[in-house]
Ligand binder design. Sequence first.
Ligand SMILES: NC(=O)c1ccc[n+]([C@@H]2O[C@H](COP(=O)([O-])OP(=O)(O)OC[C@H]3O[C@@H](n4cnc5c(N)ncnc54)[C@H](O)[C@@H]3O)[C@@H](O)[C@H]2O)c1
Length: 431
Amino acid sequence: METVAIFGLGFVGFPLAITYATKGQTVIGVDINEQHIALLKSGVSDSCEKVNGRSIESVLQEVLQKGTLQLTTDPKEAMSKADYVIIAVGIPVMPDETLNFTWLDQAAQTIGSLLRTGQTIVLRSTVPPHTTRKRFCQMLENASGFKAGEDFYLGYSSERMAEGKAFEELTTMPTPVAGINEASLQKTQHLLSLVCDHVIPAESIEIVEMSKVIENLSRDVNIAFVNELALFAQSIGLEINKVIAVANTHKRVKLLSPGPGVGGYCIPNAYYYLSNVEGDKHPLPLSYKSRELNESVPESIVQIAEKTMQANRVDPRKAVFALFGIGMKDYSNDLRHSPSIMVLNALKKRGYQVRVYDPITEWKQAETVSSFEDLIHDADCLMILAKQEEPRLSDIPYLAVHLKKGALIVDTRNTLNSAKVIQEGLTICKL
Ligand SMILES: NC(=O)c1ccc[n+]([C@@H]2O[C@H](COP(=O)([O-])OP(=O)(O)OC[C@H]3O[C@@H](n4cnc5c(N)ncnc54)[C@H](O)[C@@H]3O)[C@@H](O)[C@H]2O)c1
């Protein structure tokens, strides 16, 4: 049985800690956020993840009771006991498009200053290529006075899980690993194979770092492509999802689904993780354009709504806009970089009247209403921006009864059958 310390108990680190604890390892979860640790210690979590159909809270309470998961804000306690240390903290992109390494640097300083010989350190944060060796390792070595690969082991393993599927994907997703030397690779591989079914050893840390970033970037670029096509199809009166369904019957075509933009912590950051790499490097105009395009979709959605309402003789300035789903993607309570919030801001900037409802997010603002019925009652425009468990959302006659007569539905998640919506006397725009 190994003792694994996990630094950073957010969307990644917390399910990872539970996964190791339920697989029989002793886990010490460390976070700098005292309130977060206090809540978790009391068995409370706002995570939407499910563990084999069970709520994460019930599993949390179980592993806390068994003692296989301990939680602390004290890194000393964790570092004095751990054989393995995993870091899962973020590197946010700042408004000026530079990267903020504060969390990662602090973690490196703290861990480095408490490092013991023979410990294995594995970075699982998504990072720009060269970060592990040139930044993280240097800091660990400087703070400890030790040499990576000799006095301690150092590895990198990309985290590929998607929020909402964390427990399934932390174990079933093939997971690349690399080490600063062969011994570090072996240790990292061992740590990962305690929970992952399929661990893929790679030639270098830099290859794994960059592969992770381009996995995210490929989604940004491919989503930008279908979003562009969606806006084009909409402008010529075609439903993109129906077009894509036919195109995807081609054996070598695999178009993704369009949406109101791209949200969360991973995909929108990817371009900046490459553009901020130091040195004389080749430019990335396609990736940049894709980022720009995905950022512009929320504004395009508002313009489509305005144009359609005006064509139906509805003045958007006198209308009520009802926004359903404020999380950054379907069934998520993560609000980071949410396209829904960008749509909301674009509407508010114009001075329009807006209501917002999302059954699971913490979004409590002046425009938030507390029920789906309150959201759609007498509204002129319903915007479906992210799916959530809400049976009445697909009940078109119910929508027709509660929305204003002839109201517009902007369906960015392909949730409704357009013909049935029109049959009920409503208008629909799909993206
Ligand atoms: N969210 C995802 O779906 C996802 C998927 C794959 C990879 N990733 C990557 O995983 C990393 C973590 O992402 P996240 O979404 O879990 O971030 P998060 O912001 O939800 O969690 C990070 C946590 O780290 C804590 N923290 C910061 N500095 C610390 C320190 N020095 N010591 C201990 N705790 C510290 C914060 O308080 C926070 O709770 C990022 O690099 C992200 O890009 C995220």
